[in-house]
Ligand binder design. Structure first.
Ligand code: ADP
Length: 421
């Protein structure tokens, strides 16, 4: 699949480059062509229109601005003469040369291996004797310029462009391939990550389903048993169902976050109150586990946030602290304002995380101890969701931990005041 996309992207990239290259060289060629001939055309037109039959003592016509320009005069009976000053060596038959010359029109003529740019202009005084030179009645003045140099330059430019085009096309295909390959890296990584996610999710869902199925099948084997006798199996089915429910809801949250579909309901909220509420919920659990929960929450701290998501975040961090702290341990929750940010820390004296695992704990489905996490109802998705929530709120989450000593999570969210400024 990726090979196919890579091929298509390479073709597309190369085509775009090629079109830009062709457009650029065409414009350049046309511009040079125009600049070269525009000057010559102007000069020949000027030269032809400013010619007047000499009066009095014969004198040569004014020197043309470009020495390559010469004049030819055409009489009313079709004869051609060159008024001087020098002879034109390169044109053997002037009548033949001026054949098919359309008056007023700039023309390019290829004659005896040379290329000329020329214009023929009607002589303004055809109706009186001012147009006569030695019995030659001037009807048209033809100004001609040899443009061999310009044409040679343009031909060279064309060859260079063509050569450059061939080399450029090869380079463009390579560049297109390289760019396509480069663009594919994050796509491929995202695809592989997604594949991994789906495979992990299926794997995780299989175990509670197996648990439910096995226990239900065992119950069916003893239809004579009453509810009390099957209470252990019923309890397991309920536990596995609950695990599946949690897993599915976490998967849904992450899938929506990936698709950028989970919009936050942002409002001004009292984060101190949210944390106090969560602590209330955990009151019974800490006593049950023999862990002391110590909190220091600065009141009335406000942030612009989604209340539900902040609640979820606090639950994830506190739940983890309780899950991974042994009886007799302590959990400290602090909430205060610092540098226009609200800081929440959850510190425990639990099992800690090894330096090797520390960078991976925010990865989806990562669990340092799978069995332990599963036993305590963990899915390996809590911290991935926590990280997503924080980032969506423009905040940061940090973790410090020492194996066997404990872990501290520090969350920082821009405070309401910071939002305003
Ligand atoms: P889980 O559902 O397994 O708790 P999480 O994403 O919340 O999934 O956490 C990922 C892993 O990070 C856990 O399995 C655990 O190994 C480690 N972890 C998270 N919080 C703590 C903590 N407070 N103390 C020790 N380890 C922790």
């Amino acid at each position: 699949m990726f090979k196919n996309i890579l091929r298509r992207l390479t073709i597309l990239n190369s085509l775009v480059f090629l079109l830009i290259f062709i457009a650029f060289t065409t414009i350049l060629y046309q511009y040079i062509d125009f600049r070269l001939f525009d000057k010559i055309d102007y000069a020949v037109q000027l030269q032809a229109s400013s010619f007047r039959v000499p009066r009095g003592a014969p004198k040569p016509p004014p020197k043309p601005p470009d020495p390559r320009i010469f004049l030819l005069l055409q009489s009313t009976d079709g004869r051609i003469i060159h008024p001087g000053p020098a002879k034109i060596e390169e044109i053997s038959n002037m009548e033949e040369f001026t054949l098919m010359t359309n008056p007023g029109e700039i023309q390019t003529k290829n004659y005896e291996g040379h290329i000329y740019r020329m214009v023929s202009i009607p002589y303004p005084d055809t109706d009186n004797s001012l147009n006569e030179v030695n019995g030659f009645l001037v009807q048209y003045v033809i100004a001609v310029s040899n443009v061999d140099a310009e044409v040679a330059l343009l031909t060279n430019l064309l060859w260079i462009t063509l050569g450059g085009g061939i080399i450029g096309t090869i380079a463009i295909i390579f560049a297109g391939y390289f760019l396509a390959k480069h663009a594919m890296v994050p796509i491929q990584a995202a695809w592989e990550k997604q594949q991994q996610f789906v495979s992990d999710a299926s794997h995780e869902l299989r175990s509670p389903i197996t648990g439910i199925y096995t226990n239900a099948a065992l119950m069916l084997k003893h239809p004579e048993n009453n509810v009390e006798e099957e209470s252990y199996r019923l309890h397991t089915i309920m536990k596995e169902s609950m695990r599946m429910k949690n897993l599915i809801s976490s998967l849904l949250t992450l899938a929506r976050s990936d698709a950028n579909k989970s919009d936050l309901h942002l409002e001004l909220i009292n984060i101190s109150e949210v944390i106090e509420n969560v602590l209330e919920h955990f009151k019974g659990v800490e006593e049950l586990n023999g862990i002391s929960l110590i909190s220091d929450i600065q009141p009335h701290l406000t942030v612009i946030a989604d209340k539900e998501r902040l609640h979820q975040l606090s639950v994830i961090l506190l739940d983890n602290a309780l899950k991974y702290t042994q009886a007799g341990g302590q959990i400290h929750i602090n909430c205060f304002e610092s540098n226009k940010n609200v800081i929440v820390t959850v510190q425990d004296t639990g099992i800690g995380i090894s330096p090797k695992n520390l960078p991976r704990i925010f990865d989806r489905f990562f669990r340092a101890d799978k069995a332990r996490s599963r036993d305590s109802g963990g899915t390996g998705l809590g911290l991935a969701i926590a990280k997503w929530i924080i980032e969506k709120h423009g905040g940061k989450i940090n973790v410090e931990s020492e194996l066997g000593k404990g872990t501290t999570f520090t969350v920082s969210i821009p405070s309401h005041m910071n939002h305003k400024s």
